[in-house]
Design a binder for this molecule. Sequence first.
Ligand code: UDP
Ligand code: MN
Length: 255
Amino acid sequence: MTNRAWVTLATNDSYGLGALVVAHSLRRVGSAYPAVVLITPSVTDAMRERLSAVFEVVTVDVLDSQDAAHLALLQRPELGITFTKIHCWNLTQYEKCVFLDADILVVQNCDELFEREELSAAPDVGWPDCFNSGVFVFTPSADTFSRLIKFAQERGSFDGGDQGLLNSFFSDWSSDNNKRLPFLYNVTSAAFYSYLPALKHFGQNLKIIHFIGPAKPWLQHYNFESQSVDAPEHLKGFLQVWWNLFTSQVHNQLD
Ligand code: UDP
Ligand code: MN
């Protein structure tokens, strides 16, 4: 079915590298669906070209939340950019989409996610009554897009980023069990150290890994000689999968 697509976002070349790995991880698990990347004009032509080999590339404007106080509070001022994410609702050539952050890795085929309704997402480990906005199922709609913009203008975002905005807008998520995806669809890196026994017990069913926080996979030290990543033991396995994909599929094609 071509009226379904995975969607990710990169506003710079650094996240562009992450997006390339997202696309290759989808190919590796044999997804039947195409992938779209939303980019902003700050992505270089060289990166755009690389992205276009594995994605349909759609250029969008940067939308900032203009909520500097909240952003500063989070110590993550760059999250304002993630408002750009809501442009994904404009992909109305598709009937159903799944958004994936550029810092995720799909480790098992998840095509069944397209059977879910808007807005389906997995709980956030920081506050499980909220969903994490790194992986979510949505239905593109120009009307939803303009309502989201209006909502953002009038109410802002309680965390200054897209997750606060989307949780307020899709506030029925926490009361509708059908929209609550299993945590396996968005295992955030905090779980790697906060509940290691659960990770060991359920780990083989893991579908999507999400490297949240400032320590992105592409910022880790990788030893090209020994082909191994320098990281704490519990993180190493997942980072190694990311780096294996990066070195085999992405890096060898960079100039
Ligand atoms: N993003 C981007 N440029 C930025 C920051 C974020 O393109 O400067 C996009 C990218 O797709 C990223 C998503 O927005 O995965 C959400 O940001 P991030 O993953 O850094 O947030 P976290 O998951 O760590 O809260
Ligand atoms: Mn993320």
